[in-house]
Ligand binder design. Structure first.
Ligand code: ATR
Length: 283
């Protein structure tokens, strides 16, 4: 029950009306017995928002597009890896000091490691945007051998040079034939395949090999074209709900010091996405 002691959390971004973060956090708070509520704030001016967080004593916020980078100059403290990634998706309010973290790399590693030990593995990473940057830094912690493919070659080059990875333009993938691509793990960190472009796949089906682990961070739809093709080719798949759930679980741990039940978060998310899907199909 919301009362005078309820602590407030939320997500700040624009747009956020379709965010699944309130589903993650409100469900977890209830199960953890924490008197807190989590709301979505669709905002324009991030500097004003941060004053508001301090002024109202909001305990913590998730940060999403387009503010993950823009928020940096206004924080009092920055976690070292968030600084290197150059993006913050979590802010904790510690007695009026706003501290920025990035839990995307933790979420990605947890999602992968639930399926496979990725230490030292050969990984193909598609994308060089905010999410890809976080994942690339996470993979470095496990000493993976990473090749980045991105539509904009310069962004791929910048990220690859920071971490000592290889890089190529995304378009070259479609010129590769036969067995010339050697990878244990493929991660799609682009937005290709997301609604309303569900039929698109950023990776050629003929390069998907049996036994490869294929993770997509897109979760609308949950079974992307990439994951369908990967299943057809005998790959192991990890859907976008996994990273989403685990990055949220890591936020809850930063805010409360307690570890939420990741499986229950996933159940909440799956139910919500299924309901969305059914609602869309109803004429
Ligand atoms: P996020 O924070 O979710 O990663 P982002 O920083 O905008 O969002 O990054 C989106 C990623 O998807 C980028 O790698 C982008 O490629 P560019 O760097 O060339 O922009 C990639 N992307 C988006 N639409 C794409 C498309 N139609 N084809 C290929 N790549 C695409």
């Amino acid at each position: 029950m919301i009362n005078a002691e309820t602590q407030l959390y939320g997500i700040v971004g624009n747009p956020v009306r379709k965010s699944l973060s309130p589903v993650i956090h409100n469900g977890a708070f209830r199960r953890m017995g924490i008197n807190a509520a989590y709301l979505a704030f669709e905002v324009d001016d991030i500097e004003d928002v941060l004053y508001g967080i301090k002024g109202l004593g909001i305990q913590g916020v998730s940060v999403t597009l387009p503010f993950k980078t823009r928020v940096l100059p206004f924080l009092d403290e920055l976690d070292a890896l968030a600084e290197k990634i150059g993006a913050v998706n979590t802010i904790v309010n510690k007695r009026g000091r706003l501290i920025g973290h990035n839990t995307d790399h933790l979420g990605a590693l947890k999602a992968l490691e639930a399926k496979v030990d990725i230490r030292g593995r050969k990984v193909i990473l598609l994308g060089a945007g905010g999410a890809a940057r976080a994942i690339a830094y996470g993979l470095k912690k496990r000493e993976c051998q990473v090749t980045i493919f991105n539509r904009s070659p310069q962004k791929a080059a910048t990220l690859a040079q920071e971490l000592g990875y290889l890089h190529h333009p995304l378009s070259v993938l479609f010129d590769i034939t036969g067995d010339r691509l050697d990878a244990d793990v493929l991660i799609n960190a682009t937005s290709v395949g997301m609604v309303p472009h569900e039929a698109e796949n950023p990776f050629p089906k003929w390069l998907l090999k049996k036994g490869m682990i294929v993770m997509d961070i897109v979760y609308r739809p949950l079974r992307t074209q990439l994951l369908q093709d990967a299943e057809d080719q005998g790959c192991e798949t990890i859907d976008g709900l996994q990273m989403l759930a685990y990055q949220g679980a890591a936020q809850l741990e930063i805010w409360t010091g307690q570890c939420p039940d990741g499986e229950k978060i996933k159940t909440d998310l799956r139910k919500t996405l299924e309901m969305e899907h059914r609602f869309k199909e109803t004429p």
